[in-house]
Design a protein around this ligand. Sequence first.
Ligand code: PAF
Length: 284
Amino acid sequence: MQIIRSVDELIDYVADQKNRHISIGLVPTMGALHEGHLSLVERAVSENGCVIVSVFVNPTQFNNPEDLRTYPRTEEADVKLLAKAGASAVFIPAVEEVYPDGAKSDKVYDLGSVAEVMEGKFRPGHFQGVAQIVSRLFILSRPDRAYFGEKDFQQIAVIKRMTETEGLNVSIVECPICRADDGLALSSRNTLLSPDQRLRAPLIYKALRESVEYSKSHSVRATHDMVVEQIDAVPEMKVEYFEIVDARTLLPVEEWEESPRIQGCITVFNGKVRLIDNICYRPV
Ligand code: PAF
């Protein structure tokens, strides 16, 4: 596996693959890799001749400096895991390499209404930062396909929109959420949980799972309230938002009949650690 640290080196590497008509799969990550990331890499390996994984904690998508400072960084372990998973190259640039003019927004991306709700409301500027780095990675690595996990359900909708409005010819591959045996959605942030917080964290998915059954005989509002009440009753846990939305527009629904696919998207503070998850209600 080739380790690439500079933009010039990445451009040369990609040009070489293109000259040899090798298809490119890109897996953008912020490192601190876990089984969820590796499942994206494995899928990409099975569908492409060459797989580039980027490991870059993108400062422009953090609206909270403390969150950026404490974001887990495990470069050495990441490189070993990627080599084992069959990645062809890992792109690990320094911040100055990606943003030579400083880590700030370069323009306003047209992300439409999917970026305005939920994470967009609670993390102002977050999706502009995601669009900035992902579009840059797409332009530099010219992938045929790019792989993203459904844990960040809204992020996928935003990236699809960005890909369209920026005219980037990349197919976005959505991959299922990976969970620990106790149901907790795998996330790099899980390593920040104290042992007690980690023990309680699976209650998020438990509430979501139970709510799918509950939703069959209850209204959207009642299902929403049941999830929030269950989670808020747990010590140290506080729901930041839980929205039951049309999976395509990400706008809240009031009736189960309103959309053929309905998703429940949740963000919970477990102590200071912000965890997100989601579940599909319709179709089940
Ligand atoms: O999902 C993430 O880890 C990040 O938002 C991404 C897509 C790698 C962009 O920095």
